[in-house]
Design a binder for this molecule. Structure first.
Ligand SMILES: [Zn+2]
Ligand SMILES: [Zn+2]
Length: 236
């Protein structure tokens, strides 16, 4: 019997966007599913941004993105980041897994890993949402998942830093125990904003010998939104 079904007997499933009761097989209610699908993203296929950042020199080779960081999707990601509910990460993971499986290049990757989170932050939030996304995406696409290829060593919250400091802070990502040498590696995250974090992960993975690095992103912000949302504190 499916474990999730057993859990459902005690804890009825709720829509990970609006909280309405739903069946145990779904992540979202019908209304939210429609709202979410209207936010399907179509950014640059290499960098994953609407306003392409490829020209600034990026280390990852391609990306797949599910949604724009707007409306109900933004709400779902904020809920995740605040550590209140992780089911939206499972939804994002499944969507990304399907995209990965359907992609002739990413579908052949050797490994899926999360953008690393510091131990401190995981303790505060209760989980690393990028790891949940990676686990569900890996299961959906049939690609193995590892969590010890990259590590994060500092604990500063990104949103408390200036943009200059934020760029410095990504350098606290360091190589982990497991080597990606000769492998095609997919790196998962819930949102891409400046691209600094993903780029740093890719730079390190390449220096560790990874053959290709792909970004699998739940959401991407748009430039105008980024300005509007200054100070909301939900950025990466
Ligand atoms: Zn809903
Ligand atoms: Zn681009």
């Amino acid at each position: 019997m499916n474990f999730k079904y057993i859990l459902d007997l005690f804890y009825p499933n709720r829509c990970s966007c609006c909280g309405k009761f739903i069946g145990w097989r779904s992540y979202l209610c019908d209304e939210c599913l429609i709202s979410v699908s209207e936010l399907s993203a179509n950014p640059c296929e290499i960098c994953g941004k609407d306003e392409c950042i490829c020209g600034s020199g990026i280390y990852y080779d391609r990306s797949v993105v599910c949604f724009y960081y707007e409306g109900i999707v933004r709400h779902g990601i904020i809920t995740l980041k605040e550590g209140r509910d992780k089911s939206f990460a499972e939804f994002i993971g499944e969507m990304l897994g399907r995209k990965i499986a359907a992609d002739p290049e990413l579908g052949k990757a050797d490994l899926i890993i999360p953008v690393p989170s510091s131990r401190d932050r995981i303790r505060k939030r209760g989980y690393n949402q990028a790891l949940i996304i990676a686990q569900v995406a890996g299961k959906t696409a049939g690609i193995k998942v590892r969590n010890n290829v990259l590590h994060k060593i500092k604990s500063e919250y990104q949103h408390t830093l200036t943009s200059e400091k934020r760029a410095e802070n990504v350098s606290s990502i360091i190589p982990g125990k497991e080597s990606p040498e000769g492998m095609k590696v997919i790196v998962c995250d819930d949102v891409i904003t400046t691209g600094n974090t993903m780029n740093r992960c890719a730079e390190i993975l390449k220096s560790m010998g990874a053959e290709k690095v792909y970004a699998a992103l739940g959401t991407t912000t748009k430039l105008k939104k980024r300005k509007d949302e200054n100070g909301t504190g939900h950025r990466n």
